[in-house]
Design a protein around this ligand. Sequence first.
Ligand SMILES: [Zn+2]
Length: 230
Amino acid sequence: MRESARPFAPGQLLRALADLVVPLECGGCATPGTPWCAACAAHLLDVPRPVDPRVRIGAPVWAHGPYRDPLRSALIGVKERHRRDLVDPLAAALARSLVTLARWGELPDAGHLVLVPAPTRTLAARRRGGDPVSAYSRGAARRLGPGADVAALLRTAPWVRDSAGLSASARRANLRGSIHLRRTPDLPADAAVVLVDDVLTTGATAAESVRVLATAGIRVDLVLVLAAAG
Ligand SMILES: [Zn+2]
């Protein structure tokens, strides 16, 4: 049976129902009774900071914050616990960082802003109920208005392992040749291009993504992640 013929796969139905249940605790600090408390919301008002990754990336890298709570808990909540209600505050944080970076002159003064989500392993994303990085990017673009767009140009090869737990050199070996263009890019000529990811660990994914986009003539002006580890 084709998948589209079924209105709900069992897992999807459970996830849809779970989304209707009001979360009982803050996704950042586990304070009961609120999905995202005022203290954690205030934490997301931080300004972005430059990151110096171990791997050479070929574009400036900025992070909304360090990979620490409450950001860390929120990102894990979306990825592992299907806390889709946390996508919105994280997308808002991303949008705020982009506005700040534009104000600081770190983003070129362009007619368009294109956010390219870093690729997530397809299977992993499906198991986790959708690709969070694309969701953050779409939420940020929506907030930034009609000049901002999301171009999901990148995908990973199906044989790529999840790189969690791998060393920097193992990550690079795992990713080499593994990120591909989904389609021929058709970005506006005057677009500023930002590669978006949730967590930057060694920078291997960002480096490979920037390299692949360059082969298609796309220069990434900036890499923006929600949280930088290390
Ligand atoms: Zn909280």
